[in-house]
Design a protein around this ligand. Structure first.
Ligand code: PCA
Length: 216
């Protein structure tokens, strides 16, 4: 049986909860096709989050890894295209560190692309009634950091079929209630969307060719 690793983050920036953890933990232990889901929480801490991700990858050897994080202010599930080799924190992480313009890996490549079928996932999420889009930036905080660490680890394992990527999700309605004017998505819809992303990934070896770019 294949393993699918889903990670979510602990709360950060004064939020009492993080929707990414609330959503993935609801899927822990679920069987999807021939795979079983393992959901784990990552600290919102530079360095430690990648260390934890690497130990999960070594221990679980997941065929598919989808890291999920909160992107307050976004209105859709954002299927990230690319992780970049830079930490540039707008706010301190949960241990008070705030790196500015630091490479994640000194000698690393500038960027890695997701190896999830991002276009097929967006297509299937929309079909299922879940607002979704390809996103061209995962930011420069801990989410991009983990995404880069994940792809850096998976890079030599591509031929072995290990795939991974990142999805950002909006605030939950109860969070948006404290951020007037910000969009939100229900937990049920997030859970459905992440489950669909797993289903689509397991069923799609080669991504579909569909428009998903942006002008700016
Ligand atoms: N979102 C932050 C880090 C943790 C999370 O859930 C980010 O987008 O970088």
């Amino acid at each position: 049986m294949r393993t699918v690793l889903l990670t979510g983050f602990e709360p950060f920036e004064n939020e009492p909860i993080n929707p990414s953890w609330e959503a993935v933990r609801a899927l822990d232990g679920e069987r999807i096709g021939d795979a079983v889901v393992v959901a784990r929480q990552l600290p919102c801490v530079f360095g430690a989050a990648i260390d934890e991700m690497e130990s999960l990858l070594l221990n679980l050897k997941p065929a598919v890894t989808i890291a999920v994080g909160q992107a307050g202010g976004r209105a859709e599930m954002s299927v990230e295209r690319v992780a970049i080799n830079v930490d540039d924190a707008r706010v301190p992480d949960n241990l008070g560190e705030q790196p500015i313009d630091q490479p994640i890996c000194e000698d690393g490549v500038a960027a890695y692309f997701s190896t999830l079928p991002i276009k097929a996932i967006v297509r299937d999420l929309r079909k299922a009634g879940v607002p979704a889009a390809v996103s061209q930036t995962a930011g420069t905080f801990v989410c991009n950091h983990v995404f880069y660490g994940l792809m850096n680890f998976l890079d030599p394992l591509l031929a072995a079929g290990w795939r991974g990527g990142f999805i950002h999700i909006p605030y939950l309605p109860e969070q948006a209630a404290h951020h007037p004017g910000q969009p939100s998505m229900s937990l049920d819809m997030m859970i459905r969307g992440i489950r669909q992303a797993v289903v689509t990934t397991l069923a799609t070896e080669v991504d579909v060719r569909e428009q998903g770019g942006q002008l700016h």
